[in-house]
Design a protein around this ligand. Sequence first.
Ligand code: ADP
Ligand code: MG
Length: 277
Amino acid sequence: ATPTALLVGTGRGAQLGILIKGPEVLESTRTVDTVVLDKTGTVTTGRMALVEVIPAPGEDPDEALRLAAAVEAASEHPIARAVAAAVENPPPVRDFANLEGLGAQGTVDNRRVVVGRPQLLDAVLPEEAEGKTAVTVGWDGKARATLVLADEVRPTSAAAVKALRDKGLRPVLLTGDNETVARAVAAAVGIDEVIAGVLPADKVDVVKRLQDSGRVVAMVGDGVNDAAALARADLGLAMGTGTDVAIEASDLTLVRGDLMAAVDAIALSRRTLRVIK
Ligand code: ADP
Ligand code: MG
């Protein structure tokens, strides 16, 4: 990993808010034909808010939320931040463990609490939560409540997707979130190629598969779970608002966390390359 990003591109990169690791990065942008976009934190702001708590029959929603918040207070995930923010003084958590791309767990009030994908607790989302970003909280192996969250599409994402298309690039939405949520976000920004329900470890395989089919892939991501895919991509672009791990794994950093900068970065690199050649 490169500790400090190097600025190139006649200072234009700096003006556009793009940090480039080295001049060799520019070469790969020339042939890029596909841009894989992570959903949460990249196409969307990643700033989620808790909108509803749906208890399982006979369960206390406040207690379920209190314990979930205690665990999530120890996690950096956008979902975790939203859940933690919904409770004022969550109790302390012990033996916290992050379940990459799945959820988190920890011991609270002597109960082993799990928060994350419904599958972690063999739970099925209630009908009201279908098609929304939702996680299940439970303990003692039993699902206790569904936490429903909402996330906002970044204001410039749709324009950025259109600009990518205008440059002849194919946008693909990639996410660990469910198919329905992914489709809704894709439709909102004008993407028709969607790969949803992908575990963090499999994101890199999606990039590999696209490359094997002859595509030259740029990947834009923000999370720890995107790092391997960002490193594998022909061109990795990290949101400046994202995690250090993602930034280190990438060739370019979009300082403002604005997807429009990804378009600028590709255009700038192509232009700079023409000047060098
Ligand atoms: P994306 O690919 O859209 O950036 P992630 O891979 O980070 O999403 O997460 C995928 C799914 O895993 C989330 O939609 C959520 O269901 C679950 N998840 C991951 N981390 C957590 C957490 N700390 N708390 C609750 N759920 C989580
Ligand atoms: Mg993400």
